[in-house]
Design a binder for this molecule. Structure first.
Ligand code: ADP
Ligand code: MG
Length: 278
């Protein structure tokens, strides 16, 4: 459980840009982006494919360095990956030759936890994500949703102060995806984790986020920020509420508006995001 002050900042992104160099050209993936993630918050970042969501998340996690700007946590600048910031990817990255329990316990063992304690905690976490009874299964014996739960348990085992999730349900079928969204809300309430969740799906972003940040693309920058404040209980029923529909419409209108001039410009000229000055 998080014990920090309710409005403490867990992660701060300040004026972050990222320019890639590809085939002699500069690709400006992120314009200056600044945002703060509050402790205990569930922040969703939504935007069309290619707008820089993964780039931003990778930089937040220390997996990539910004071209300019800084990322800091309460303990200092983020200069590389650390166990304080956990990452869950679209495809679960489990070791196929180990059981689910061993996959989770392995992360704990790497962190110095003793064998028996790692096993005990792995079992508790697998119960938290709804995988009790599957401790001895191998990843190939599980469905995509179950594999993603196991990957989530493994990341949570390190008790990161911030959990970054990059389209984690993108590879799941629609029904499993809805179930996983509700499960994630439950798990987050139980674990008290601060979450930054990236998706291109506006419904998913509005449903999950305490706060939703919409990125416009090429280069990615913050186009809109809103707090949906949906009715409780937080189940898919709320998708029929006026609060949900208003927030969905606002994000959709913003993304549509941002995409229109680019689509027109792109039809007649080279990509506005690239220049030849590398
Ligand atoms: P999203 O996750 O929103 O789909 P990305 O962050 O993956 O977007 O990509 C943003 C932009 O940066 C895209 O134009 C993409 O082609 C470019 N890009 C991402 N990674 C690299 C890379 N390693 N090298 C060159 N360009 C990249
Ligand atoms: Mg991406």
């Amino acid at each position: 459980m998080n014990t920090a002050a309710p409005h403490a900042v867990a992660l701060r992104v300040e004026n972050v840009t990222r320019t890639y160099h590809r085939k002699g050209r500069n690709v400006h993936a992120l314009a200056p982006v600044s945002l703060s993630v509050r402790t205990g918050e569930f922040l969703t970042i939504v935007g069309p494919s290619g707008c820089g969501k993964s780039t931003l998340l990778q930089i937040m996690g220390g997996f990539d360095q910004p071209s300019t700007g800084t990322v800091t946590t309460s303990t200092g600048p983020v200069t590389g990956p650390s166990r304080d910031i956990g990452m869950v990817f679209q495809r679960p990255t489990l070791f196929p030759w180990w059981t689910v329990e061993k996959n989770v316990a392995w992360a704990l063992r790497c962190g110095g936890t003793g064998r028996a304690e790692a096993r005990r905690r792995a079992r508790t976490l697998l119960e938290l994500v709804g995988l009790q009874g599957f401790e001895d299964a191998f990843p190939s014996e599980l469905s995509g949703g179950m594999q993603q739960r196991a990957a989530l348990a493994r990341t949570l085992s390190l008790e990161p102060s911030v959990l970054l999730m990059d389209e984690p349900f993108g590879a799941l079928d629609a029904q499993t995806r809805e179930l996983m969204q509700e499960e994630l809300i439950r798990i987050r309430q139980a674990a008290g984790t601060t979450i930054v969740f990236v998706t291109h799906d506006i419904r998913e972003a509005v449903f999950l986020g305490d706060r939703v940040v919409a990125l416009s693309g090429s280069p990615g920058e913050i186009a809109l920020e809103l707090t949906p404040d949906l009715p409780r209980p937080h189940t898919h029923e709320v998708m029929r509420s006026p609060e949900f529909l208003d927030a969905y419409e606002a994000v959709w209108a913003c993304i549509r508006e941002q995409a229109r001039p680019r689509a027109t410009a792109a039809a007649g000229s080279a990509q506005a995001t690239e220049d030849g000055t590398a």
